[in-house]
Ligand binder design. Structure first.
Ligand SMILES: Nc1ncnc2c1ncn2[C@@H]1O[C@H](COP(=O)(O)OP(=O)(O)OP(=O)(O)O)[C@@H](O)[C@H]1O
Ligand SMILES: [Mg+2]
Length: 140
């Protein structure tokens, strides 16, 4: 477990880049936990940048459950489960299908919406709002 505090959006983006370097390839699922505005989407933006994805939409995919981005070495799937009361079988199946391709990285915001069905091979990151500019980020 490692705990970091970031003091700006940019620092969270660079933390995401560093984190990605340490992530083993077989662990292709990242689950993000934390309240509204705690920095989850900013972190995903950092992941997208690190993968060389152009035109990443900064907005949370709040109305789009799943967003798919292609980069040189594979895909980034950004999922936001906020609007889901509980993950249904369909989304669980879809996530498993994405994960079966090891060149695909799946990042799930509000992963606590589906704690019973989370993929086994996963990294977990918790975001906490400290004040306007600082966030506590714990990587498990
Ligand atoms: N240290 C920081 N790290 C990340 N974001 C920060 C930081 N300081 C301020 N911010 C701001 O906080 C907001 C974080 O928003 P973000 O969309 O990433 O939250 P979120 O956790 O995805 O929320 P939601 O659950 O609504 O999707 C942004 O407006 C960002 O600019
Ligand atoms: Mg978000």
């Amino acid at each position: 477990m490692s705990i970091t505090s970031t003091q700006s959006e940019e620092e969270t983006i660079s933390l995401a880049k560093d984190f990605l370097k340490t992530l083993p390839k077989e662990k292709n699922c990242i689950c993000l936990f934390g309240d509204l505005g705690s920095g989850k989407t900013v972190f995903v933006k950092g992941i997208a940048k690190a993968l060389g994805i152009e035109g990443y939409s900064i907005k949370s995919p709040t109305y789009t459950l799943i967003r798919e981005y292609t980069h040189k070495k594979g895909k980034l799937i950004h999922i936001d489960l906020y609007r889901l009361e509980a993950a249904d079988d369909l989304i669980t199946e879809q996530i498993d299908e994405f994960l079966s391709d090891k060149d695909t990285l799946v990042v799930i915001e509000w992963a606590d919406r589906m704690t019973d069905d989370l993929p086994e091979e996963r990294a977990e990151i918790c975001f906490e709002y400290i004040d306007e500019k600082s966030r506590k980020i714990t990587v498990f």
